[in-house]
Ligand binder design. Structure first.
Ligand code: PLP
Length: 453
């Protein structure tokens, strides 16, 4: 459990970090990062040997957990074989990764090939934001249209267009973005923008609102609608049954490209290869990253339908990246997908969602009056904390911070987003480890209960 403890650099890591490293999305002055020394499976530790259950998967990324031996082996083997290939060459690992990803995208919920599954090709990127950038680039070039619709309460990445598509405050300091971006409200029954009183009503009204938005923006001007199949950072918002199908029908009616951003929700998080496979609607483009190889090497990409791929048979695609389909990254994607199959990772994620995490969280909600709602599926859950169940006033930041600190002090590293704790451990977390982490959360929620108005 101390494979990095002998690193000669560990002693200076904190000082050098504070002096020389510029961190994401932060005022730099007050940062006080823990120096991680090592990790294994769903556990991580610092140089002093303090351990935590990792309930974050490192930004909802490491679906296979830390230091999976077959992933390490894949990196070693590929490093010895061939470290870099420019995108204009073909390469065995890239070819196999693309073949496997397309194969998985063409499966149905039952795991069997879907009738009419239409995905054909993969464009590889370095990470999620570039996947989103290139998905909308493909959609615009394919349709010859300029506008792209995305949802409030969404995150799509930190690059120019991706942050412009993002429907939360991180966008605001980055505006103006590229032209032609339009926002709409997606479904969120607990805090309905449509005053809906049931999931069915929310679905119907959210679809009517999206239809109205398309009509008033000019259907023939709209290249794409992009949405997170299950909204991640902004609340783990599981769409009501019928919503994705309704978006699909609207896109079909007007020749609009439907893009599912599966950067966070894909590859096992919801117990399916892709979250949209939980329902009946097939998008035209899928943006992916994170879970495709659990971030062992940075990679992302876009899965492209046959129809859109054909647009570029004769026409030049106006985009490209030096590292597109990097062999180290692709070798880990191949290894990861094979591990998922061999170890039943999607099945285990579904089991965790139903029998362990979902069950325990619902039980906690019955005992903790500070829990306004728990929601999620697979290994993708949110516990929304409120100061008052009737008014649904969000829990204050100080209390949220105290709950988080208590979890950490007791050996579980939680993920906090606004007034929510997101329960997102690796998809292959053993039941007893997941239960241990949940028990720590359960105990810490006494702090939130004590803060009720
Ligand atoms: C849904 C979604 N899309 C895009 C991104 C951006 O991915 P990256 O940080 O790899 O660029 C994220 C990151 O969390 C995400 O959750």
């Amino acid at each position: 459990m101390t494979q990095l403890d002998d690193s000669p650099l560990l002693g200076d890591a904190y000082t050098n970090d504070r002096q020389r490293v510029f961190h994401s999305w932060s005022a730099q002055g007050a940062l006080d990062p823990v120096v991680l020394a090592g990790a294994l499976g769903s556990t991580m530790w610092d140089a002093n040997g303090t351990t935590w259950i990792d309930f974050t998967s490192q930004l909802v990324n490491m679906n296979l957990g830390h230091q999976h031996p077959r992933m390490i082996e894949a990196i070693k083997q590929q490093a010895e074989r061939l470290c870099m290939v420019a995108p204009n060459f073909a390469n065995d690992q890239r070819s196999e990764a693309a073949r496997l990803i397309v194969e998985k995208a063409n499966l149905g919920k039952d795991g069997a090939p879907r009738t009419g599954g239409h995905f054909e090709k993969v464009f590889f990127t370095n990470a999620g934001a570039e996947a989103v950038e290139n998905a909308i680039r493909l959609a615009k070039a394919h349709t010859g249209r300029m506008k792209v619709l995305s949802a409030y309460r969404s995150y799509h990445g930190g690059t120019a267009a991706a942050i412009g598509l993002t429907g939360e405050p991180r966008r605001l300091e980055n505006e103006p973005s590229i032209p032609g971006l339009v926002k709409f409200w997606g479904p969120y029954p607990y805090r309905s923008a449509f005053h809906a009183e049931s999931a069915e009503q929310e679905c119907e009204r959210a679809l009517q609102h999206l239809r109205d938005t398309v009509v008033f923006e000019g259907p023939s001007k709209v290249a794409a609608i992009i949405l997170e199949s299950v909204v991640g950072t902004n609340g783990i918002l599981v769409p009501p049954d019928g919503y994705l199908e309704g978006v699909r029908a609207l896109c079909d009616e007007h020749g609009i490209v439907m893009i599912c951003d599966e950067v966070m929700a894909g590859f096992g998080r919801t117990g399916q290869w892709f979250a949209w496979q939980n329902w009946g609607a097939e998008p035209d483009l899928i943006a992916f990253a994170k879970g495709v190889n659990s971030g062992y090497v940075p990679v992302g990409g876009v899965v492209i339908s046959a129809d859109i791929a054909a647009t570029f048979d004769e026409r030049v695609f106006p985009g490209g990246l030096t590292y597109s389909g990097h062999p180290l990254a692709c070798a880990t994607a191949v290894a990861s997908i094979n591990i998922f199959d061999d170890e039943g990772v999607n099945e285990h994620a579904r089991h965790l969602g139903k029998d362990v995490i979902g069950w325990e969280l619902c039980e906690m909600a019955s005992r903790h009056p500070s829990i306004g709602e728990v929601r999620g599926l697979g290994v993708f859950w949110a516990v929304e904390l409120v100061r008052d169940r009737d008014t649904r006033e969000p829990m204050d930041a100080a209390t949220m911070g105290a709950v988080v600190a208590e979890c950490k002090a007791n050996g579980m590293w939680p993920m906090m987003a606004a007034n929510r704790i997101h329960v997102v451990p690796p998809c292959n977390t053993p039941d007893d480890v997941a239960r241990e982490g949940l028990a720590i959360l359960d105990a810490a929620l006494a702090i939130a209960d004590a803060a009720l108005t």
